[in-house]
Design a protein around this ligand. Sequence first.
Ligand code: GRF
Length: 215
Amino acid sequence: MIRAVVLISGRGSNLAALLAASLPVEFAAVISNRPQAEGLEHARRRGIPAIALDHRNYAERTAFDAELMRHIDAYRPDVVVLAGYMRILTEGFVAHYADRLVNIHPSLLPAFPGLDTHRRALAEGVKIHGCTVHFVTDRVDHGPIIAQAAVPVLSDDTEATLAQRVLAQEHRLYPMALRWLAEGRIEIVDGVARVSGEASQALLVPVSGPHGTPA
Ligand code: GRF
């Protein structure tokens, strides 16, 4: 068992997927920078400490991150899991949790770091899109890639339909990646994350349904 603290900002569907996955992970606490985050409910329902730390009460980003670190470290986590945590992290924060800070991002990195990934993917006309679980470095949405899931972009996709297709894969990908981490199977070699015993770190979702070739 490893111990994890999860950081969220909102809905918390990735958190819910992680909690439901029966992972060899003790979820020690969930912390949100937004007091109203619905995701905190997922933690409360399971009796996991759900902490709201409102970033608006801190004038400086460094002061907020310092307080956040104090809360996180009280739980002595092996890993800090960002699950829809929508704050830019300070360098000090990232350094403090080096190699034990992971994130999920709704694009196939290094394409589309930042916000509005689905809208931008549609605007670029990419035909394959997806999501990435990666270790966090001090470059936003960058770092050794642990796993990726790819989905087709369909000709009649809207931002909402594409987001939904990607999110369904996020809910498979993050538990898979966290399990590997918990099993101690991930190694970073020359900036690349490798998982022992896995030939592939990818989930590929074929086109299916009324507008695509059946899988
Ligand atoms: C997800 O798309 C995640 O990839 C991104 O923010 C969204 C969070 O959704 N970082 P949820 O709060 O997990 O439902």
